[in-house]
Design a protein around this ligand. Structure first.
Ligand code: BDR
Ligand code: CA
Length: 333
């Protein structure tokens, strides 16, 4: 591991199997300090997302503030939750759950984000891996948020890679395109980790088996179960994931970008989101810095996003395995 800085992070999430994978990577990584988890509808309802965030942190022996966020998209009609991908419970339909004693932070997720940003100006990184309603709402509550946060890293969107919910749209952006467009236009230090890179990094079920064998802990057993379910979906769609059972680690890559951005090649361009019609949810990147487009959104002085276009997949896999195999879990009672 080459990271030396430390990062105070609010994790905005809809757990979700790859969300759980990313959460445990963040807990295991020595340079990441999770100061809060904010939740949203997406892979599951927001109630289930909050329940899962509380559960996953509690069984890993951590106490981290978890708040409940937006339950529905800002403008569009809510889409059905993808139970066939993440399970009806978001964690691959767990047969049982341990009883955990963990309570939600009473604030809304947007309020939590605003409070933390005001309390620690310039220190907080927001890693957002679900639909972007909480960030959008927080921006409405505190227009100065872009200056108060250190940076924002979003898992979502795609430029050249085909979409995963339409030919051009990625699920997180498609679930709340109006909120996403507000986030891309806000003017903070923003990085997009989309399908252009997440579809290049597969993680195998065999690795999660090794992680579970190494720790013999309810947290890693839970993750192994969830990934087994999730990889069933991906193995049915992608040949290489059926030959070697596995899945894409979408949300994980947002945290890997945080700690090892040198694993990625980025282009810094203006990105906006199509909010209506057939292209709804498309992240449109202005790939040429062309001054003459009619639409004001593409003017040269508009905010830009660092868009991840290429990734060193073996380096990501090694970092993930080394981190998850480290001694990050407390002993079980
Ligand atoms: C994204 O959509 C969700 O299903 C995953 O958790 C990830 O955040 C991938 O398109
Ligand atoms: Ca997610």
């Amino acid at each position: 591991m080459t990271s030396h800085s430390s990062y105070k992070v609010i994790y905005d999430t809809d757990p979700g199997v790859d969300d759980a994978m990313a959460l445990y990577f963040a807990l295991a990584h020595p340079a990441i300090e999770l100061v809060g988890i904010t939740t949203t509808f997406g892979n599951v309802s927001v109630d289930q997302a909050a329940t899962n965030a509380l559960y996953l942190t509690a069984i890993a022996g951590r106490t981290i503030p978890v708040s409940k966020g937006v339950a529905i998209p800002w403008c569009k009609r809510q889409e059905a939750t993808p139970a066939h991908i993440h399970g009806a419970d978001g964690l691959g339909n767990l047969a049982t759950r341990q009883a955990v004693d963990a309570q939600l932070d009473p604030r809304s997720s947007a309020q939590f984000i605003v409070d933390m940003a005001r309390a620690l100006p310039g220190e907080i990184t927001l890693v957002a891996v679900g639909p972007l309603g909480n960030l959008s709402l927080a921006l409405m509550m505190e227009p100065g948020l872009p200056q108060l946060l250190r940076e924002v890293i979003v898992m979502g969107g795609t430029v050249l890679e085909p979409g995963n919910v339409s030919p051009v749209a990625e699920a997180n952006i498609w679930n709340d395109p109006h909120a996403a467009d507000r986030v891309f236009a806000a003017g903070w230090k923003l990085t997009m980790v989309g399908l252009d890179v997440t579809h290049r990094v597969a993680v195998t079920v065999a690795l999660f088996q090794r992680i579970a064998d190494r720790h013999k802990h309810v947290a890693t057993d839970t993750l192994h179960h969830a990934v087994g379910f999730y990889s069933g979906f991906y193995s049915g769609l992608y040949k290489h994931l059926s030959v070697t059972p596995g899945c894409f680690a979408h949300d994980l890559l947002a945290f890997i970008y945080l700690v090892n951005p040198e694993f990625f090649t980025v282009e810094t361009k203006t990105v906006r989101v199509a909010t209506e019609g057939l292209a709804q949810g498309q992240t449109i990147m202005n790939r040429r810095d062309f001054l003459g487009y009619h639409e004001a959104a593409w003017a040269i002085d508009k905010p830009r996003t660092q868009v991840c276009m290429q990734v060193d997949a073996p380096a990501c896999n090694k970092l993930f395995e080394d981190t998850m195999m480290s001694n990050w879990l407390p002993r079980q009672a």
